[in-house]
Design a binder for this molecule. Sequence first.
Ligand code: GTP
Ligand code: MG
Length: 182
Amino acid sequence: MAPKERNIAMMGYRSVGKSSLSIQFVQGQFVDSYDPTIENTFTKVTRINSTDYEIKLVDTAGQDEYSIFPTQYSMDFHGYVLVYSITSQKSFEVIQIIYEKLLDAMGKTHVPVVLVGNKTDLHQERAVSYEEGKKLAESWRATFLETSAKQNESVADIFHSIVLQVERENGNTQEKSSCCIS
Ligand code: GTP
Ligand code: MG
């Protein structure tokens, strides 16, 4: 059976590790140098609960509080991975603004989201507590994960979580894409 395609967007403030998480998941490596993204797409086929998924990751350019939400991002995606860095309070504030712009653009009160606090290996520089992240995710009814792209900690869990969340929500809304032959 052909894998189910799932389009996922990686969003968040710049330098939080969106590309590093994508590259770690797709290519199994980590690069220390920082190369700001314009836009990149990665594809990986992976098996989750005995179903094959082709995950297409769109790794976006970092956004800030002033970024205008690109309208195509509200149409083309099944789910969103919203990333901040646990070392940056600013990135945690910006992720909340991005989330609100996302809902606005979609005209919805809920979208499938995984909230990710990245860079847990830098624990001495921690500026956002686990509890703060968890609380925010709960208020969104989103899954919450802390990760380290550098140490490959919980990275695959991000993509498994978002795929499963999209499945659950498809089931609830009886969209065609959840049909057994899709
Ligand atoms: P933009 O494309 O500009 O939006 O940035 P980005 O969110 O894609 O961040 P990127 O993955 O390029 O990472 C930025 C910097 O943080 C790079 O120097 C990475 O090596 C570093 N970095 C990313 N993830 C981690 C991590 O988990 N731990 C540590 N220590 N550094 C990380
Ligand atoms: Mg990037």
